[in-house]
Design a protein around this ligand. Structure first.
Ligand code: URA
Length: 443
């Protein structure tokens, strides 16, 4: 076999066999096939696509390229949740304790974010002492004893995906449905989940800007999961504005705690209830979404979700008093209000611009080596649909040491991100569709 023939076959719209996909991925992993040939193949896939069988084979090949976690020592159905990425998305912080308090074991391996704001691990590390490093035995013991643990990905999970994703990032081949679907699902399969709930974002701040593309991506991932024996469902949720009001690590933990107490922003609470309900149903703890929702609401109202969060924090070495008094979490020194230039109604908030602004302040990483500042970020004051008067505050920048130029740039980006309309803006849907192996239900 020769890589050049397989590139040509895909370029001309052909279908690659399991053996041909294995040849490319294994050859690339071992360094036998160079970056330029895999770049050309990825571009051919970008234009020609792959069918469900090819996408499934690519997923498996990448899942098998490194360690595969065996979660079977943990009793119960292990349900993983994955979001395709959004600004202000702190759902894992809420869902891990919430779902665990309802009896579904959460063995969560999370990532750090590159770009925009930090990942779940960075957010949790805003709590002083919170450790995301632990060996597998302790991880299993903690999930067995208290029902949940959130750790960094240890070992060598899907190295082929890591290498391919880095290459796609610099060759304009990220936005391909089969490549995204296989990349996400290979990590979920290797991480050992029995069932998977996907939160596929749609809108200006998402990979997929249109609802049709988001549904197609969701269907591709649900097909892969189903084909590989993992019960998989996908919720399509809005990313035409950030989720909640806080963007930045400690700010997001504060908002997560408020949500666990039942006082969080309505959009964040609603997305968590929808995703959490799917997790409870797949985890066998509720017969349908309505029952699951009522269980989750009860666990918020009676304090057991917050109590579970404290248990997780304590077990992972974090300072529980910061959960009890979130004002003691890291806090910035300077606050800069971004004010509206015109009166009207907020029509949309470009989530990506807000994410970049938060990164400029130091909340996210510009390069892998960047050190993030857990205290800084952006607190929105206005969301889509809100009325605003000229001169009123749209958002507050929480600033430490970013430097004048970056702060000015961040300020300009936040102002630009807000689209103000003269007309009232009707409420926007938060969740657009549910995709399961049986089809698509639009809300
Ligand atoms: N997230 C991933 O893990 N992979 C992609 O290809 C895109 C988003």
């Amino acid at each position: 076999m020769r890589a050049v023939d397989l590139i040509q076959k895909k370029r001309d719209g052909g279908e690659l066999s399991r053996e041909e996909i294995a040849y490319l991925i294994q050859g690339y992993s071992k360094g036998e096939i160079p970056d330029y040939q895999i770049s050309a193949w990825a571009m051919a896939v970008y234009f020609q696509g792959m069918n469900a069988r090819e996408t499934g084979d690519l997923t498996l090949e990448m899942a098998m390229s490194g360690d595969q976690v065996d979660l079977s020592p943990i009793a119960g159905i292990k349900v993983d949740k994955h979001s395709t990425g959004g600004v202000g998305d702190k759902t894992t912080v809420v869902l891990a304790p919430l779902v665990a308090s309802a009896g579904v074991p959460v063995a969560k391996m999370s990532g750090r974010g590159l770009g925009h704001t930090g990942g779940t691990l960075d957010k949790l590390e805003s709590i002083s002492g919170f450790s995301v490093e632990m060996d597998r035995e302790r991880f299993f013991t903690q999930v067995g004893e208290i029902g949940a643990a959130v750790i960094g990905q240890s070992g060598n999970i899907t190295p082929a995906d890591k290498k391919l994703y880095a290459l796609r990032d610099v060759t304009a081949t990220v936005e391909s449905i089969p490549l995204i679907a296989s990349s996400v699902m290979s990590k979920k399969i290797a991480a050992g989940a029995d069932a998977i709930v996907l939160d596929v974002k749609t809108g200006s701040g998402a990979f997929m800007k249109t609802l049709d593309d988001s549904i197609a991506l969701a269907q591709a991932m649900v097909d892969i999961g189903t084909h590989l024996g993992r019960n998989t469902v996908a919720v399509i949720s809005d990313m035409d504005q950030p989720l909640g009001y806080g963007i930045g690590n400690a700010l997001e933990i504060k908002e997560g705690i408020e949500t666990l107490k039942g006082h969080g922003p309505k959009d964040l609470e609603e997305v968590c209830l929808i995703l959490g309900s799917q997790m409870l149903v797949l985890g066998g703890k509720a017969k349908d979404e309505a029952e699951a929702r009522s269980i989750l609401k009860t666990h918020i109202e009676d304090g057991s979700a917050l109590a579970k969060f404290k248990q997780i924090v304590l077990a992972q070495g974090g300072d529980v008093t910061q959960v009890e008094s979130p004002d003691t979490l890291p806090s910035a020194r300077t606050f800069i209000e971004v004010k509206a230039a015109t009166s009207g109604y907020v029509e949309s908030i470009q989530a990506e611009q807000i994410g970049i602004a938060a990164m400029l302040l130091g909340a996210g990483r510009e390069t892998k080596e960047s050190v993030i500042d857990l205290a800084v970020g952006i607190q929105l004051s206005k969301k889509v649909g809100d009325a605003v008067a000229a001169g009123e505050t749209l958002a507050v920048l929480h600033v430490n040491d970013a430097g004048v130029n970056k702060v000015q740039e961040a300020e300009a980006k936040v102002l630009e991100a807000y689209l103000i309309s003269a007309e009232p803006v009707p409420p926007q849907p938060l969740v657009f569709a549910l995709v399961t192996k049986d089809g698509v239900t639009r809300y």
